[in-house]
Design a protein around this ligand. Structure first.
Ligand SMILES: [Zn+2]
Length: 163
């Protein structure tokens, strides 16, 4: 994806107030992020362990989601799978819950998805980050197809938030 500035990121959020978007913590190392290998920028709030954010460029413009999340489950031995990139982790998948955009969100409606707890799906798909033995399915599809599938899953999640 194209690199984003802090201003672009703050302006992209669709499911929180302008005030929240102004205050939320944006990564300070934006210049060092591996943008060429990212399908979306995702990060956890270093000040609030139950908050995470993601910004994806969909249909040519950045769309940001504020998420509530559980802390990674330490001691968990069961493998679970990220519903975006289909990487399996032991204890490294978290439920990410997004308030729906607009009136629905104000009425308390939300949608959730299980995702890589560090929101690094793009790097797991490309093999730039390793989730351990057996983390990847043995598949015959190409990397491009895996990327397209991840982006499609993410777009579907964003669409459920903004619908
Ligand atoms: Zn993932």
């Amino acid at each position: 994806m194209e690199p984003l500035t802090e201003q672009e990121i703050r302006a992209a959020f669709v499911n929180c107030s302008k005030g929240e978007a102004t205050r939320l913590s944006v990564p300070r190392d934006l210049a060092d992020r591996p943008w060429d290998d990212l399908d979306f920028l995702g990060w956890r709030d270093p000040q609030a362990s139950d908050r995470a954010y993601l910004v994806a460029e969909l249909e040519g413009r950045p769309t940001g989601l504020a998420l509530r999340t559980s802390a990674p489950a330490f001691g968990q031995t069961r493998r679970s799978m990220c519903s975006m990139c289909l990487t399996a982790h032991t204890g490294g998948v978290a439920l990410m819950v997004a308030a729906r955009a607009g009136k629905a969100g104000k009425q308390g409606n939300s949608v959730g998805a299980y995702m890589c707890g560090d929101l690094c799906c793009s790097l797991y798909v490309r093999g730039r980050k390793d989730a351990g033995a057996g983390a990847r399915l043995h598949e015959t599809i190409t990397l491009e197809e895996k990327i397209r599938r991840t982006v499609g899953n993410l777009a579907a999640f964003v669409a459920r938030v903004t619908a």
